[in-house]
Design a protein around this ligand. Sequence first.
Ligand code: GLN
Length: 592
Amino acid sequence: MKYVLVTGGVVSGLGKGVTASSIGLLLQACGLRVTSIKIDPYLNTDAGTMSPFEHGEVFVLDDGGEVDLDLGNYERFLDSTLTRDNNITTGKIYQSVIDKERKGDYLGRTVQVVPHITDAIQDWIERVANVPVDGKEGPPDVCVIELGGTIGDIESMPFIEALGQFSYKVGPGNFCLVHVSLVPVLSVVGEQKTKPTQHSVRGLRSLGLTPNILACRSTKALEENVKTKLSQFCHVPEVNIVTLYDVPNIWHVPLMLRDQKAHEAILKELNLLSNAVKPDLAEWTARTKIYDTLHVPVRIAMVGKYTGLTDSYLSVLKALLHASVACHKKLAIEWVAASDLEEITAQETPDVHKAAWDLLKGADGILVPGGFGDRGVQGKILATKYARENQVPFLGICLGMQLAVVEFARSILGFHDANSTEFEPETSSPCVIFMPEGSTTHMGGTMRLGSRRTYFQVADCKSAKLYGNAKFVDERHRHRYEVNPDMISEIEKAGLSFVGKDETGCRMEIVELPSHPYFVGAQFHPEFKSRPGKPSALFLGLIAAASGCLESVLQTGGKVNKVSINGVANGIATGKVHQNGNVYSNGNGLHH
Ligand code: GLN
């Protein structure tokens, strides 16, 4: 097993996660099997209890792990399926050591950060690195480890110590350290400054880690003399210094690394040159080019709670993007803060209220994402009602689906106080209720989490067709409440159809309004399994409907064909769709 460690220096937010994912993709393109580990030096056991407002979205894995959003980047770039153990936190490590201590496994010894915590970290890395994540048998070739935070943070010290020991243990030729740093340009003189990088490399060395590769974030490519200087002061050969300059979109990052031969430098450090082939990124390159040239917009209103921090809905945005690129449309997101649509805003700040409604009404499609807590719930219901009544393509995810049921019960069945018991425990029409197996005392890891199967009840419905006429689909969940099974027949009689249910038939998974051009709600989160070349079926449906080509996509069982993209003769337009609705193309270098 070979290891690539990615650390960050100078400032946070340099895009370490994207860099690490891109390195993984590049090595994969060289024919290697790659897995990834993200280390988050915080005390939370997992990301499940953390606010998306502070940390960005909580990403959910097949096994129900609630993890850092960087694991989403890994899965999307490498098309892998990770497990909760691929995300290490200080909390998880300490918990495992304390559990062992309570069992008496340390035989009376004093339990300390070094060696007990540091050993636990190394054991964890070694164990998880060997687990295949690409659906094949046997251990991967390379494990990319991203250390969260910035070198010098107090929290990451035990991890740095452990990784220093680990690099010594696995030995030269098996470990490559990529340090991501910043080379700022002072606007007055326009000069690329190396001092911050020098300092952060010095910090790294003083902690026992030696960088093999420097990846420098800068607005433009590094000048030769700047590279020479960095090389001299940081003791890194010039050929091992790459620039991560600003690019139009993150799909360029692996290409930019390849162009600077980062893979050769890494493969050399890992003694893998003879095992690897020339990187094949033809499909990736073609898709990136298409993305760059899109100009016909598709406007999607995101009616959410956290509209200030787009990372809160990162996977939803990525899924919308994958679908838009497949339909050759330029994604334009209109952020609508749900509470701005509410009557109370009309009274307090009428301008804000009007602006929000104007945005909503100008959109080609409306998406209500998942969420917790009652802020903005009424606004989301109003947006849903607008979409339903005005034939605007709509996708409701998790809470969005639950509220679509609430809205329907209120408007069509006339149950004026219909609600979810999450927001109104005493409602006389509880259309959404707490699931019997949930915990009311513990928040962490107690939801219905991870991959569950949905069986289609109606073959002739839009979602089944979008999923390639599959009998069932496996998608990821994260919820405590569900549609009340006792109210299903009444709701269905009024015209809302529950087209997907779990294996018991009692839990509602997908709703559709057959009389509407595209009105779909899913209890699961389809965004977590969307991939750049394989857009998620329900997102593809939304984007296709919003760009007026849903009919042709449905007729071909979820395919995006020539007709559907109005005269774009090239690219994914000629693709065909796999069983699960993923778009594959042929003859254009975009096949997967
Ligand atoms: N709050 C809702 C529930 O717990 C929806 C959750 C979500 O959207 N992820 O069921």
